[in-house]
Write a protein that binds this ligand. Sequence first.
Ligand SMILES: [Zn+2]
Length: 390
Amino acid sequence: MKISSSPFVFNTTPSIVFEAGAATRLGAISVSRLGRRVLLVTDPGLRKLGLADPAIKSLEEAGAKVTLFDEVEADPSRETLERAVEAGRRAQATGVVGFGGGSSLDVAKLASLLLGSNEDLDEAWGVGQAKGPRLPLVLVPTTAGTGSEVTPVSIITVGAEEKRGVSSPVILPDIAILDARLTLGLPPAITAATGVDAMVHAIEAYASKSANNNPLSKMLARQALQLLGANIETAVFDGGNEEARGAMLLGSMLAGQAFANSPVAAVHALAYPIGGTFHVPHGLSNALVLPHVLRFNAPDAAHLYAEIARDAFPHLDEGEGAQALCSAFIEELAALSRRLEMPTRLREVGIGEEHLPKLASEAMKQQRLLVNNPRDVREEDAAAIYRAAW
Ligand SMILES: [Zn+2]
């Protein structure tokens, strides 16, 4: 077999525990790494549900004193992060646990960095700027989608609505704990949106034009699509199905490993302005533009989409050639959103036609993502894609 000799770097979380019920053993699994004074970062909703209680109890049984910070909101602010750091300082935390959705994990990542290094946050924004060291860090996701437990990225809202990111391997955690039982109660709409987001991570990582696209990311993206494609409908319509939930959690992590090293592109670039301006959840924003961006990309990426089409949808006929397989793949993705009962048009989520030009100009600001797209996207292209999605 001939291998590509293109250079690449691949970073991921060094220790991954995949086990239903693992969160109830959080202390036994991680106290030797975290030390005796643990800052646990979560959100008020999970706190109220008591979802973190067994994990906290197990940390205490393992001899740790737990300081709970449960104030993380959706799109977490810099002030929230600073309060989490302050709580950790007061407690002289020796380690940090992030427990929750992407927002709690993002706050935990940067709290561990700022507590461990006293770094100035304003010098850590951007790619490769954060130096560390950070405090020991364990992440426990309670949704299946972001893959945040294996990505080196944290996004924080600064001021009214500016999103800033820190991207550095320093904030990859020491341990990711994937416990499907934590996701059993997620409502269908969230399961659908986050699940489609994970599929987008895999698709965009696979087709990414990034110079760092690599054989590991490609392999992981394909395995992710197999798991996500086969299980998303069961997870949405039979949420208590632990096996399907486990497959979604694993699939979203594999997709996270893929795109952490072979970054996403125009689907995300066009989704961000929808989320930012109209507060549409991230996964749904992606789903709304997904088929339209892929149709736009098809002239340059049909062979790539054809390669992964049958991973997500094994019933598709490979005998028909790359073009036909690519088209069938895109139609299957559109049909999947409908079957999952997600809105499929921008007008259904409160976006008026008059907003489309603004969305297109906002999308152009996402050049860090657009450079990874298999086909060049100009502003008029973005406008046409939004129009098709409207
Ligand atoms: Zn995403």
